[in-house]
Design a protein around this ligand. Structure first.
Ligand SMILES: [Zn+2]
Length: 229
């Protein structure tokens, strides 16, 4: 092989190695940033926007009441969530999509009442799949809102995803800090049936991350699946 060609080959190999090293260190720093973000978030305190409440993680205080609640289209939410919901519904309306707030903050007693009434109507196993027991509901944090269409179509039903409000929320809610907390196909992780109407406020940074990766809060936080109590 001519000497010049050998030199070119060596230079090329060196270049590839440098690129690979550069990519690996970039990849490592991205992974470190992601785990640093996970470590920074508080998944335990009911006051945290990142709190993870599910069937195996009840609220630390079963009688928790948010310090402040604001009106958000006729329901009550924590101030951060109420402000974001106001922006979300205003922008949806500007795009010709009417989004209403059907249910927001619920007290532990409200939640117990809902669960008992579902249990009486459908039996306990079905009730557990569609509503949380008291102390295990995101609605008690003041960070969850059930949304609906202005005309009430497909209210609290899986077909909500095909309605204007459902489709708009699925595509845009993360821009306002909300995620669809109980996605389709994740019942064995979240413990709840698909609820395209149940939006959970987590802040724009975490919402963007969850929207992009398709992860549930449990997966993102590294918690085990919570299919049952
Ligand atoms: Zn809900």
């Amino acid at each position: 092989m001519p000497r010049q060609l050998v030199k070119t080959h060596i230079a090329l190999i060196g270049c590839v190695c440098l690129c690979l090293l550069g990519y690996l260190s970039w990849f490592e720093s991205q992974a470190q940033q992601a785990s640093a973000q996970t470590a920074r978030l508080d998944f335990d305190s009911p006051d945290s926007l990142a709190v993870v409440v599910n069937k195996t993680r009840p609220l630390a205080d079963p009688a928790y009441i948010p310090a402040e609640l604001h009106d958000a289209g006729g329901v009550l939410l924590r101030p951060e969530a109420a402000g974001a919901f106001g922006q979300l519904s205003a922008e949806a309306a500007a795009a010709g999509v009417g989004i209403t707030a059907v249910s927001g903050y619920r007290t532990a007693a409200d939640q117990a009442h809902i669960h008992e009434s579902y249990s009486a109507s459908y039996g306990a196993p079905t009730a557990d799949g569609i509503s949380a027991r008291a102390g295990h509901s995101e609605h008690q944090t003041g960070l969850a809102v059930d949304i609906g269409n202005a005309d009430g179509s497909c209210a609290l039903e899986p077909c909500f995803e095909t309605t204007p409000a459902g489709a708009w929320a699925a595509a845009n809610a993360h821009r306002y800090g909300f995620v669809i907390r109980y996605p389709a196909g994740a019942t064995t992780i979240t413990g709840f049936a698909y609820e395209p109407w149940h939006l959970r406020f987590v802040g724009t940074e975490l919402a963007a991350e969850l929207h992009e990766t398709g992860q549930t809060l449990e997966e993102f936080a590294g918690f085990p699946p919570a299919p049952s109590y």
